[in-house]
Write a protein that binds this ligand. Sequence first.
Ligand SMILES: [Zn+2]
Ligand SMILES: [Zn+2]
Length: 339
Amino acid sequence: MEVVTYKCPHCGASIEYDAEKSAFHCDFCGHDVDKNALVSQEGQAELLGQTLSEYHCPSCGANLVTDEHTAATFCRYCGSPTIVKKNLEGVFKPDLVIPFMVSKESVREIFKKWCHNGRFTPKGFYHPQQIEKITGTYVPFWLFDCELKAEIKGNAKKVHVWRSGDTEYTNTKNFYIEREADFAFEKIPADASSRMENELMDALEPYAYRELRQFELPYLSGFAAEKYDEEAENVFRRVDRRMAQAAESELLNTVQGYTAQTITGSKMRYVKKDARYALLPVWMLRYRYKGQDYTFAVNGQSGKVVGQPPLSIFKLGIWGAVFTVLIFILMTLGGALLL
Ligand SMILES: [Zn+2]
Ligand SMILES: [Zn+2]
């Protein structure tokens, strides 16, 4: 038993998590359904070689193929949400999840605004079929809890300038500074998928942890999800630098009353490192245009957008021409008015 799909207990239709209502709602019969009342239907999956699995959609029976990273997806034929259990069990069982709060309808509006209703983007980019492809994906993250003993050393100086008659005097006093403190960091996020660009994922922060829940399978219904493929230990090296920088600047902040201060050395010792596995909600659209990849990504909790839309030189050219003409007309008018 490896794939599962959730059904409405009233009418048997496939059911998806409703981001707007933060609940399960059946679009078919209109009932709100309690998470525990959902009926799960399981299907078989078979391994095809090393990285691909094939399964029969529990709803329509179609043959579907998923890759090794897939934890949740949709049936290509009937659209039923399907969850691949083996990628959410054992070491891949998430501890925590932030459910989607931004609905598909809202993300479409965000997209339209983001690319200015397609005024400057290539034709294929701003297209109903393309907008349809914006996918809600649960991205695997590690949330790090760390305790850090931090020490900094450095130099500071006090400069005093005064005048006497026509002469200006400068007195500089140099100081050696040393600071140390214990820091505790809680739930510092870093994405755990090699297929997601780190900078892009970092830019989606912050996430509000008040909506962090214990993980349960049904939350994934209606979204795509991936399992992690980067171990916490390796991802830590990226977070580690962030925490060290934060500690350094906090310590340097306590150095007050000098004209200038600089850090010459620092020592960071992690006395505790814990990582919890969480799935965080991201709406995404990937697009390739003239040999370059573009990503539209939205924090599925806050609605924050990151990424740059592709620009069509042709369309920019037209608008440039329109503006030139407008300016020309305005100038002519201006000229006329001056007469
Ligand atoms: Zn129903
Ligand atoms: Zn199907």
